[in-house]
Design a protein around this ligand. Structure first.
Ligand code: HEC
Length: 290
Protein backbone atom coordinates (compact mmCIF):
# COMPACT_ATOMS: atom_id res chain seq x y z
CA UNK A 1 0.00 0.00 0.00
CA UNK A 2 1.31 3.51 -0.75
CA UNK A 3 0.39 6.26 1.72
CA UNK A 4 -2.01 5.23 4.48
CA UNK A 5 -5.25 7.20 4.47
CA UNK A 6 -5.64 9.88 7.09
CA UNK A 7 -7.46 8.86 10.31
CA UNK A 8 -9.90 11.75 10.04
CA UNK A 9 -10.84 10.69 6.50
CA UNK A 10 -11.47 7.14 7.71
CA UNK A 11 -13.39 8.37 10.77
CA UNK A 12 -15.68 10.60 8.73
CA UNK A 13 -16.08 7.94 6.06
CA UNK A 14 -17.74 5.63 8.58
CA UNK A 15 -20.71 8.03 8.63
CA UNK A 16 -21.49 7.27 4.99
CA UNK A 17 -23.74 4.26 5.75
CA UNK A 18 -25.62 6.38 8.33
CA UNK A 19 -26.12 9.56 6.32
CA UNK A 20 -26.91 7.75 3.08
CA UNK A 21 -30.48 7.13 4.27
CA UNK A 22 -31.24 10.85 4.49
CA UNK A 23 -31.07 11.68 0.76
CA UNK A 24 -32.77 8.37 -0.04
CA UNK A 25 -35.69 9.23 2.24
CA UNK A 26 -35.81 12.82 0.98
CA UNK A 27 -35.82 11.85 -2.69
CA UNK A 28 -38.50 9.20 -2.23
CA UNK A 29 -40.58 11.75 -0.27
CA UNK A 30 -40.20 14.33 -3.07
CA UNK A 31 -41.31 11.73 -5.61
CA UNK A 32 -44.36 10.81 -3.54
CA UNK A 33 -45.29 14.49 -3.04
CA UNK A 34 -45.11 15.13 -6.81
CA UNK A 35 -47.40 12.18 -7.53
CA UNK A 36 -49.81 13.11 -4.73
CA UNK A 37 -50.02 16.72 -5.89
CA UNK A 38 -51.71 15.44 -9.07
CA UNK A 39 -54.67 14.35 -6.95
CA UNK A 40 -57.14 17.22 -6.40
CA UNK A 41 -57.39 16.76 -2.65
CA UNK A 42 -53.59 16.95 -2.20
CA UNK A 43 -52.98 19.77 -4.65
CA UNK A 44 -50.74 21.85 -2.39
CA UNK A 45 -48.57 19.09 -0.86
CA UNK A 46 -45.53 19.77 -3.04
CA UNK A 47 -45.44 23.48 -2.19
CA UNK A 48 -42.36 23.25 0.01
CA UNK A 49 -40.38 21.00 -2.31
CA UNK A 50 -37.87 23.84 -2.86
CA UNK A 51 -36.71 23.58 0.75
CA UNK A 52 -36.65 19.80 0.70
CA UNK A 53 -34.69 19.49 -2.55
CA UNK A 54 -32.14 22.04 -1.28
CA UNK A 55 -31.60 19.94 1.87
CA UNK A 56 -31.54 16.70 -0.10
CA UNK A 57 -28.99 18.10 -2.56
CA UNK A 58 -26.72 19.18 0.31
CA UNK A 59 -27.15 15.77 1.98
CA UNK A 60 -26.44 13.83 -1.20
CA UNK A 61 -23.25 15.77 -1.94
CA UNK A 62 -22.08 15.19 1.65
CA UNK A 63 -23.00 11.51 1.45
CA UNK A 64 -21.07 11.08 -1.81
CA UNK A 65 -17.99 12.72 -0.28
CA UNK A 66 -18.21 10.55 2.85
CA UNK A 67 -18.57 7.50 0.61
CA UNK A 68 -15.40 8.45 -1.18
CA UNK A 69 -13.65 8.78 2.19
CA UNK A 70 -14.94 5.38 3.30
CA UNK A 71 -13.63 3.79 0.11
CA UNK A 72 -10.10 4.92 1.09
CA UNK A 73 -10.17 2.23 3.79
CA UNK A 74 -9.88 -0.34 0.99
CA UNK A 75 -11.00 -3.95 0.96
CA UNK A 76 -14.15 -3.40 -1.09
CA UNK A 77 -15.20 -5.33 -4.16
CA UNK A 78 -12.95 -4.00 -6.94
CA UNK A 79 -15.69 -4.44 -9.56
CA UNK A 80 -18.66 -3.05 -7.66
CA UNK A 81 -16.89 -0.16 -5.92
CA UNK A 82 -16.15 2.01 -9.00
CA UNK A 83 -19.69 1.47 -10.31
CA UNK A 84 -21.20 2.40 -6.96
CA UNK A 85 -18.92 5.42 -6.70
CA UNK A 86 -19.95 6.81 -10.06
CA UNK A 87 -23.63 6.07 -9.50
CA UNK A 88 -23.37 7.88 -6.15
CA UNK A 89 -21.70 10.92 -7.67
CA UNK A 90 -24.36 10.87 -10.42
CA UNK A 91 -27.13 10.99 -7.78
CA UNK A 92 -25.47 14.03 -6.19
CA UNK A 93 -25.08 15.74 -9.58
CA UNK A 94 -28.69 15.06 -10.57
CA UNK A 95 -29.85 16.35 -7.19
CA UNK A 96 -28.04 19.63 -7.71
CA UNK A 97 -29.57 19.88 -11.19
CA UNK A 98 -33.07 19.25 -9.78
CA UNK A 99 -32.51 21.83 -7.07
CA UNK A 100 -31.31 24.41 -9.66
CA UNK A 101 -34.27 23.78 -11.96
CA UNK A 102 -36.66 24.12 -9.04
CA UNK A 103 -34.98 27.32 -7.91
CA UNK A 104 -35.15 28.72 -11.48
CA UNK A 105 -38.88 27.95 -11.51
CA UNK A 106 -39.01 25.25 -14.20
CA UNK A 107 -41.45 22.69 -12.70
CA UNK A 108 -41.54 20.30 -15.65
CA UNK A 109 -37.78 20.13 -16.03
CA UNK A 110 -37.54 19.79 -12.24
CA UNK A 111 -39.88 16.79 -12.27
CA UNK A 112 -37.93 15.18 -15.07
CA UNK A 113 -34.63 15.60 -13.29
CA UNK A 114 -36.20 14.30 -10.06
CA UNK A 115 -37.34 11.17 -11.92
CA UNK A 116 -33.82 10.75 -13.35
CA UNK A 117 -32.32 11.16 -9.85
CA UNK A 118 -34.64 8.46 -8.48
CA UNK A 119 -33.67 6.10 -11.31
CA UNK A 120 -29.93 6.54 -10.67
CA UNK A 121 -30.62 6.27 -6.95
CA UNK A 122 -32.05 2.76 -7.35
CA UNK A 123 -28.88 1.67 -9.17
CA UNK A 124 -26.54 3.35 -6.68
CA UNK A 125 -28.36 1.90 -3.65
CA UNK A 126 -28.44 -1.58 -5.09
CA UNK A 127 -24.70 -1.49 -5.83
CA UNK A 128 -24.00 -0.10 -2.36
CA UNK A 129 -26.06 -2.82 -0.70
CA UNK A 130 -24.29 -5.48 -2.78
CA UNK A 131 -20.93 -4.18 -1.58
CA UNK A 132 -21.95 -4.30 2.09
CA UNK A 133 -24.16 -7.36 2.24
CA UNK A 134 -22.88 -9.43 -0.68
CA UNK A 135 -24.11 -9.66 -4.23
CA UNK A 136 -26.85 -12.15 -3.51
CA UNK A 137 -28.21 -10.50 -0.35
CA UNK A 138 -31.62 -9.81 -1.90
CA UNK A 139 -31.84 -12.92 -4.02
CA UNK A 140 -30.37 -15.58 -1.70
CA UNK A 141 -33.71 -16.56 -0.17
CA UNK A 142 -35.92 -15.45 -3.06
CA UNK A 143 -38.20 -18.04 -4.71
CA UNK A 144 -36.22 -19.88 -7.39
CA UNK A 145 -37.86 -18.39 -10.54
CA UNK A 146 -37.48 -14.87 -9.13
CA UNK A 147 -33.85 -15.59 -8.27
CA UNK A 148 -33.14 -16.70 -11.84
CA UNK A 149 -34.89 -13.61 -13.18
CA UNK A 150 -32.85 -11.29 -10.98
CA UNK A 151 -29.65 -13.11 -11.86
CA UNK A 152 -28.99 -13.93 -8.21
CA UNK A 153 -26.44 -16.42 -6.95
CA UNK A 154 -27.32 -20.08 -7.04
CA UNK A 155 -27.29 -20.35 -3.25
CA UNK A 156 -24.36 -21.65 -1.19
CA UNK A 157 -21.30 -22.17 -3.39
CA UNK A 158 -20.25 -25.31 -1.60
CA UNK A 159 -22.95 -27.89 -0.93
CA UNK A 160 -22.67 -29.66 2.41
CA UNK A 161 -21.70 -33.33 2.23
CA UNK A 162 -23.12 -36.12 4.38
CA UNK A 163 -20.55 -37.03 7.05
CA UNK A 164 -20.49 -40.69 5.96
CA UNK A 165 -18.96 -39.73 2.60
CA UNK A 166 -16.27 -37.60 4.12
CA UNK A 167 -13.46 -40.17 3.74
CA UNK A 168 -13.83 -40.19 -0.04
CA UNK A 169 -14.09 -36.43 -0.39
CA UNK A 170 -11.28 -33.95 -1.08
CA UNK A 171 -10.43 -32.39 2.28
CA UNK A 172 -10.23 -28.88 0.93
CA UNK A 173 -13.48 -28.81 -1.04
CA UNK A 174 -15.61 -30.86 1.34
CA UNK A 175 -14.38 -29.63 4.69
CA UNK A 176 -12.00 -26.69 4.65
CA UNK A 177 -13.68 -24.49 2.07
CA UNK A 178 -17.11 -24.64 3.73
CA UNK A 179 -15.53 -23.60 7.05
CA UNK A 180 -13.74 -20.64 5.43
CA UNK A 181 -16.88 -19.74 3.56
CA UNK A 182 -18.89 -19.71 6.77
CA UNK A 183 -16.41 -17.88 8.96
CA UNK A 184 -14.20 -15.76 6.74
CA UNK A 185 -15.83 -15.12 3.38
CA UNK A 186 -17.77 -12.00 4.37
CA UNK A 187 -14.40 -10.23 4.51
CA UNK A 188 -12.14 -12.52 2.47
CA UNK A 189 -14.60 -13.85 -0.09
CA UNK A 190 -15.64 -12.90 -3.60
CA UNK A 191 -16.95 -9.48 -2.50
CA UNK A 192 -14.31 -8.21 -0.10
CA UNK A 193 -10.58 -8.87 0.15
CA UNK A 194 -9.65 -7.43 3.56
CA UNK A 195 -5.89 -7.34 4.04
CA UNK A 196 -5.80 -8.16 0.30
CA UNK A 197 -6.63 -11.75 1.21
CA UNK A 198 -9.25 -13.70 -0.73
CA UNK A 199 -10.29 -17.24 0.24
CA UNK A 200 -12.45 -17.68 -2.81
CA UNK A 201 -10.33 -20.55 -4.09
CA UNK A 202 -7.43 -22.73 -3.01
CA UNK A 203 -5.10 -20.68 -5.21
CA UNK A 204 -6.05 -17.29 -3.73
CA UNK A 205 -5.86 -18.67 -0.18
CA UNK A 206 -2.35 -20.05 -0.75
CA UNK A 207 -1.30 -16.84 -2.49
CA UNK A 208 -2.22 -14.97 0.69
CA UNK A 209 -2.64 -11.27 1.40
CA UNK A 210 -0.63 -8.10 1.81
CA UNK A 211 1.65 -9.76 4.38
CA UNK A 212 2.29 -12.85 2.27
CA UNK A 213 0.89 -16.41 2.32
CA UNK A 214 -1.92 -17.11 4.80
CA UNK A 215 -0.61 -20.59 5.44
CA UNK A 216 2.61 -22.55 5.44
CA UNK A 217 1.96 -26.12 4.31
CA UNK A 218 3.04 -28.56 7.02
CA UNK A 219 3.39 -25.86 9.68
CA UNK A 220 0.01 -24.99 11.12
CA UNK A 221 1.30 -22.95 14.05
CA UNK A 222 3.58 -20.85 11.86
CA UNK A 223 0.72 -20.13 9.48
CA UNK A 224 -0.66 -16.59 9.90
CA UNK A 225 -4.26 -17.77 9.59
CA UNK A 226 -3.97 -20.32 12.43
CA UNK A 227 -1.86 -17.96 14.49
CA UNK A 228 -4.56 -15.28 14.20
CA UNK A 229 -7.37 -17.73 14.98
CA UNK A 230 -5.61 -18.70 18.21
CA UNK A 231 -4.84 -15.17 19.41
CA UNK A 232 -7.01 -13.88 22.28
CA UNK A 233 -10.29 -12.41 21.08
CA UNK A 234 -9.34 -8.91 22.23
CA UNK A 235 -6.07 -8.93 20.24
CA UNK A 236 -6.34 -6.56 17.27
CA UNK A 237 -4.93 -9.26 14.98
CA UNK A 238 -7.39 -11.94 16.07
CA UNK A 239 -9.45 -13.42 13.22
CA UNK A 240 -12.36 -13.22 12.71
CA UNK A 241 -12.39 -9.78 14.38
CA UNK A 242 -14.11 -9.49 17.77
CA UNK A 243 -17.87 -9.19 17.41
CA UNK A 244 -18.03 -11.41 14.31
CA UNK A 245 -19.15 -15.07 14.35
CA UNK A 246 -16.23 -17.20 15.59
CA UNK A 247 -15.31 -20.70 14.38
CA UNK A 248 -15.92 -23.62 16.72
CA UNK A 249 -13.00 -25.46 18.30
CA UNK A 250 -13.63 -28.38 15.93
CA UNK A 251 -13.45 -26.05 12.93
CA UNK A 252 -10.16 -24.54 14.10
CA UNK A 253 -8.77 -28.02 14.79
CA UNK A 254 -9.81 -29.20 11.31
CA UNK A 255 -8.05 -26.24 9.64
CA UNK A 256 -4.98 -26.88 11.75
CA UNK A 257 -4.96 -30.61 10.89
CA UNK A 258 -5.28 -29.89 7.17
CA UNK A 259 -2.37 -27.42 7.15
CA UNK A 260 -0.25 -29.66 9.37
CA UNK A 261 -0.76 -32.40 6.75
CA UNK A 262 0.60 -30.22 3.95
CA UNK A 263 -2.60 -28.29 3.07
CA UNK A 264 -3.22 -30.47 -0.01
CA UNK A 265 -5.55 -29.22 -2.73
CA UNK A 266 -7.05 -32.53 -3.84
CA UNK A 267 -6.26 -35.26 -1.30
CA UNK A 268 -9.24 -36.96 0.28
CA UNK A 269 -9.82 -37.21 3.99
CA UNK A 270 -9.06 -40.94 3.68
CA UNK A 271 -5.67 -40.20 2.04
CA UNK A 272 -4.58 -38.30 5.14
CA UNK A 273 -5.55 -41.22 7.41
CA UNK A 274 -7.10 -39.29 10.29
CA UNK A 275 -6.78 -40.88 13.72
CA UNK A 276 -10.08 -41.77 15.42
CA UNK A 277 -9.80 -38.58 17.54
CA UNK A 278 -9.26 -36.42 14.46
CA UNK A 279 -12.09 -38.24 12.69
CA UNK A 280 -14.44 -37.22 15.50
CA UNK A 281 -13.26 -33.61 15.23
CA UNK A 282 -13.72 -33.64 11.47
CA UNK A 283 -17.24 -35.04 11.84
CA UNK A 284 -18.06 -32.25 14.31
CA UNK A 285 -16.57 -29.57 12.05
CA UNK A 286 -18.43 -31.06 9.11
CA UNK A 287 -21.71 -31.06 11.03
CA UNK A 288 -21.25 -27.35 11.74
CA UNK A 289 -21.02 -26.50 8.08
CA UNK A 290 -24.52 -27.76 7.32
C1 HEC B 1 -15.33 -8.99 9.65
C2 HEC B 1 -14.27 -9.10 8.70
C3 HEC B 1 -13.30 -10.25 8.77
C4 HEC B 1 -13.58 -11.60 8.91
C5 HEC B 1 -14.92 -12.28 9.09
C6 HEC B 1 -12.32 -12.26 8.81
N1 HEC B 1 -11.31 -11.35 8.61
FE1 HEC B 1 -9.33 -11.74 8.31
N2 HEC B 1 -8.95 -9.77 8.05
C7 HEC B 1 -9.87 -8.76 8.19
C8 HEC B 1 -9.20 -7.47 8.05
C9 HEC B 1 -9.86 -6.12 8.15
C10 HEC B 1 -7.84 -7.76 7.80
C11 HEC B 1 -6.71 -6.75 7.56
C12 HEC B 1 -6.24 -6.17 8.85
C13 HEC B 1 -5.30 -7.07 9.55
O1 HEC B 1 -4.32 -7.50 8.93
O2 HEC B 1 -5.54 -7.36 10.75
C14 HEC B 1 -7.71 -9.21 7.81
C15 HEC B 1 -6.53 -9.89 7.60
C16 HEC B 1 -6.39 -11.26 7.68
C17 HEC B 1 -5.14 -11.96 7.47
C18 HEC B 1 -3.81 -11.31 7.13
C19 HEC B 1 -3.75 -11.05 5.64
C20 HEC B 1 -2.45 -10.35 5.26
O3 HEC B 1 -1.69 -10.89 4.44
O4 HEC B 1 -2.21 -9.27 5.81
C21 HEC B 1 -5.39 -13.30 7.66
C22 HEC B 1 -4.38 -14.43 7.55
C23 HEC B 1 -6.80 -13.41 7.96
N3 HEC B 1 -7.37 -12.16 7.96
C24 HEC B 1 -7.42 -14.61 8.23
C25 HEC B 1 -8.80 -14.73 8.46
C26 HEC B 1 -9.46 -16.00 8.67
C27 HEC B 1 -8.77 -17.37 8.66
C28 HEC B 1 -10.77 -15.72 8.85
C29 HEC B 1 -11.91 -16.70 9.10
C30 HEC B 1 -11.72 -17.69 10.12
C31 HEC B 1 -10.94 -14.29 8.77
N4 HEC B 1 -9.72 -13.72 8.53
C32 HEC B 1 -12.16 -13.63 8.91
C33 HEC B 1 -11.22 -8.89 8.41
C34 HEC B 1 -11.88 -10.11 8.59
Amino acid sequence: MSTAPNDLVLFLGRFHPVLVHLPIGGLVLLGILEVLSKVRRFKGVAQNNGVIIALVAAASVTTALLGWMLSQAGGYDPQLLPLHKWAGFAVAAFCILAWLLNWLGCPRAYRLSLAATLAVLVVASHLGASITHGRDFLTQFAPKPLRALLGGGSGPVVAPVPAADLAQRPVFKALIQPILERRCSTCHGPEKHKGNLSMESYETLVKGGKDGPALIAGKAFDSPMIHRLLLPLNDDDHMPPDGKPQPTLAEIAALQWWIENGAPADKTVGDLKPSPEIQRILDAAQAGTK
